[in-house]
Design a protein around this ligand. Structure first.
Ligand SMILES: [Zn+2]
Ligand SMILES: [Zn+2]
Length: 170
């Protein structure tokens, strides 16, 4: 049997995932079993593990400029789609990780001050637009449902506008 190349081995590991919002192509997901402690894929090559997304980028788009980090535009750490990776400096990477999506994922309270650290109060779903999972506050959902069940009050009748007597010219 012919020896399979690292590129073939690599390609066989990734499976297409959902297309994240704002991107044109699906994520290429590295198997859960081959992730590092931080959730990034790792690929065995030349007797050592390398980060799978960095390998994907360098194989297809060339060397990552010195000092730059690869930011996952899709925010899916185990994604190795080279077009979901953007080389940025560390500062940009940190700033982006303080963006609305990232901040939301770290929030401990919802807008109504309910606890988002309590797993019983948090509903996590995985719609195609949020392959990393989307968190929803159950207490808020409950409140919303109750409000819509409550009978709506009849609109208050508007008072007739007072008419000012027309001043007659002398
Ligand atoms: Zn991706
Ligand atoms: Zn809430």
């Amino acid at each position: 049997m012919a020896r399979i190349s690292p590129a073939e081995r690599f390609a066989a590991k990734a499976t297409p995932g959902p297309v994240p919002a704002g991107l044109a192509t699906p994520c290429q997901l590295w198997p859960e079993a081959s992730l590092d402690r931080d959730g990034y894929g790792r690929f065995w090559i030349d007797g050592r593990y390398v980060p799978a997304h960095r390998y994907a980028y360098e194989q297809t788009r060339g060397p990552i400029p010195a000092g730059l980090e690869l930011d996952h535009l899709c925010t899916v750490r185990r994604c190795v789609a080279n077009d979901h990776l953007d080389p940025v400096d560390h500062r940009t990477n940190v700033l982006r990780s303080n963006g609305p999506a990232a901040v939301n994922a770290r929030r401990t309270k919802c807008k109504a001050d309910h606890d988002l650290t309590d797993p019983a109060n948090v509903h996590v779903s995985f719609p195609p637009s949020h392959p990393n999972g989307m968190r929803k506050c159950r207490a808020c959902a409950h409140d919303r449902a109750r409000r819509t069940r409550e009978p709506q009050l009849a609109p208050v009748a508007t008072l007739p506008t007072r008419t000012t007597p027309e001043r007659t010219a002398a």
